[in-house]
Ligand binder design. Structure first.
Ligand code: 6PG
Length: 257
């Protein structure tokens, strides 16, 4: 039990949080260029929480901003808190503040979750319909994102797939509402069927506090929600700093600046 994911995952480790932001930005820039060259757009779902902010800030900065064809990005969110879009808890608001308001993405190509004057269930259904209408697939499946960014929570959750919550079992929807008792709030989240059909899924985690969970998820110990992220025929990437990778052993150092 457990070696499977460690063998499947591509683990890249940066020296520290700042180097991780650069390593991640380089990776996203490369994936964006490849996707746009291949099919004209970059279909990307941004993760929430605090970890991606350093990546967002880096990508909005002088070193990366001009290396991206932002007008061809189609931006989604791999999960959202069911709060107003201007709430400090909103993942859309965080990404808008740190990245989207600083780069020339097309306003009509930033797709946030409706969280006002709508029920969580209808919000999830509406978001799924938007995704199905915009994100192309292939012969087997529709809605194959080029990149889905994910974080890792202290309890092993990812997106808003929290332990012991109903969203973990959802197989017939791409987006689902999920009440999270530990957060005492409704969330809207990508489901495993949507996440696992992506071309690339990239976890971004940094800091000593994540090291134990990173090891457990990669070794599939404890049946944690993040261990359920195993792309069917896509790339599984883990972008870590040394602290978060501390329990994984050597052999993963990325030569990042
Ligand atoms: C959210 C995220 C969630 C997050 C993890 C890690 O909406 O909070 O989608 O899955 O990625 O909780 O959060 P931090 O980056 O803040 O540690």
């Amino acid at each position: 039990m457990g070696a499977g994911m460690m063998e499947r995952a591509e683990v890249q480790v940066a020296r520290d949080a700042s180097a991780l932001a650069n390593l991640s930005a380089e990776s996203v820039v490369a994936m964006s260029a490849a996707a746009i060259e291949n099919h004209g757009s970059f279909y990307v779902a941004l993760s929430g929480g605090t970890t991606p902010r350093a990546l967002f800030t880096a990508m909005a900065g002088d070193e990366y901003r001009n290396r991206v064809d932002w007008a061809n990005w189609e931006v989604f969110f791999s999960d959202e808190r069911f709060v107003p879009p201007d709430s400090p808890d909103s993942n859309y608001n965080s990404a808008r503040e740190a990245l989207l308001s600083h780069v020339p993405v097309s306003a009509g190509r930033v797709h946030s979750v409706l969280t006002e004057d709508i029920s969580p269930d209808d919000a999830a259904g509406q978001y799924e319909a938007v995704i199905r209408g915009i994100v192309p697939g292939d012969v087997e499946q529709d809605a194959r994102f080029d990149l889905i960014l994910l974080g890792l929570g202290p309890d092993g959750h990812t997106a808003s797939l929290f332990p012991d919550t109903e969203a973990l079992a959802v197989q017939d929807r791409l987006v689902t509402p999920n009440y999270v008792p530990s957060a005492n709030m409704w969330r809207i989240t990508f489901t495993y069927p949507l996440i696992n059909r992506a071309h690339t899924v990239a976890f971004l985690a940094e800091g000593e506090a994540k090291a134990q969970r990173v090891w457990e998820v990669l070794h599939e110990v404890g049946n944690l929600p993040a261990s359920g992220v195993q792309p069917t025929n896509g790339r599984l990437l883990w972008l870590l700093d040394r602290e978060a990778a501390a329990l994984l052993g050597s052999g993963h150092e990325a030569q990042s600046e």
